[in-house]
Design a protein around this ligand. Structure first.
Ligand SMILES: [Zn+2]
Length: 291
């Protein structure tokens, strides 16, 4: 179970969220059999999605993060709802590339250049969407840029995944520090100084720091209190019903084509190992609904 903790300073101008997503990234690795660099890219994106999901107002709300780069991994997608569910996938999970000269996984090289889009379904008629170019490809910097430009909230994001020798996930986590409009120069300077002093997310976790310790370090010099915590887990909400609805939305011509060429459809969920098989009679029934 991934754990997310939030804290706020006494004036309500600095908000910090920390997520331990080790179990989430580990589950994603075992489902998608990701290479180490794909595990890092997907794990970081899942952490960001879980953090953003934990800030949604209603359990039915959801947030979808899509990193559409031109690198060998292809697209990376993660979805989280306001109720503890997070899931995701990477287009080319088996792709691996050489590590950087410093021995770190080359996430930016695997992601490449392109766009990041954030879509929030808040139960309104139209989802909120924001789009920014990929500025670094290391994901945390990209979301820092997204919050500053698209949501006009000065934000610092740190995301990390430590992959073990056997490809399993040793540590995964992330933090987000957001400054509210009432933050003063000295608050901003203090936050910047605190962030400059920390090592990486995974290093702090490796050093045995708890979520509370890490938050205290990010809020060093501030009076603060812990707000709340949430549990997130890698979970999929797919169902035969949803698959059928997706098939119907393809339209009559597409469906007729499937019936005439394959005569049946076998669809694997993109987020989990579930396989849905529809025989000819099922497809013909859907064709009726599509008319
Ligand atoms: Zn599924």
């Amino acid at each position: 179970m991934g754990k997310i903790i939030r804290a706020i300073d006494e004036w309500g101008v600095v908000r910090v969220t920390f997520a331990d997503t080790t179990d989430i990234a580990e589950k994603a690795q075992s489902i998608h059999h990701t290479s180490p660099v794909a595990t890092a890219a997907l794990g970081r994106t899942l952490s960001m999605a879980a953090i953003m999901g934990s800030q949604l107002k209603s359990p039915d709300n959801s947030v979808t993060l899509l990193i559409k780069g031109d690198g060998p991994l292809g697209s990376v997608l993660a979805v989280a709802d306001g109720d503890g569910m997070v899931k995701g996938y990477v287009q080319n999970p088996a792709v691996d590339i050489a590590k950087k000269a410093n021995g770190k996984l080359d996430v930016s090289g695997a992601i490449g250049k392109g766009m990041i889009s954030v879509s929030k379904d808040l139960g309104l008629k139209e989802p909120y969407t924001g789009q920014v170019p990929i500025v670094s490809g290391e994901i945390a910097e990209d979301f820092t840029y997204y919050f500053a430009t698209s949501e006009q909230t000065p934000t610092a994001v740190g995301l990390g995944v430590l992959v073990d020798r056997d490809y399993s996930v040793k540590r995964s986590g992330g933090f987000m520090v957001q400054l509210m409009p009432a933050a003063m120069e000295e608050d901003i300077a203090r936050v910047e100084e605190n962030i400059s002093k920390i090592t990486s997310v995974t290093q702090m976790m490796e050093d045995g720091m708890t979520a509370e310790d890490i938050i205290a370090k990010l809020l060093d010099g501030f009076e603060f209190q812990f707000l709340d915590s949430a549990e997130y887990e890698y979970r999929c909400d797919c169902s035969m019903d949803k698959i059928k609805r997706a098939l119907i939305s393809l339209g009559k011509i597409e469906l007729e084509d499937i019936i005439n060429t394959d005569g049946r459809a076998e669809l694997t969920c993109q987020f989990c190992p579930e396989v849905y098989t529809l025989e000819k009679a099922d497809l013909e029934e859907l064709l009726e609904s599509a008319k």
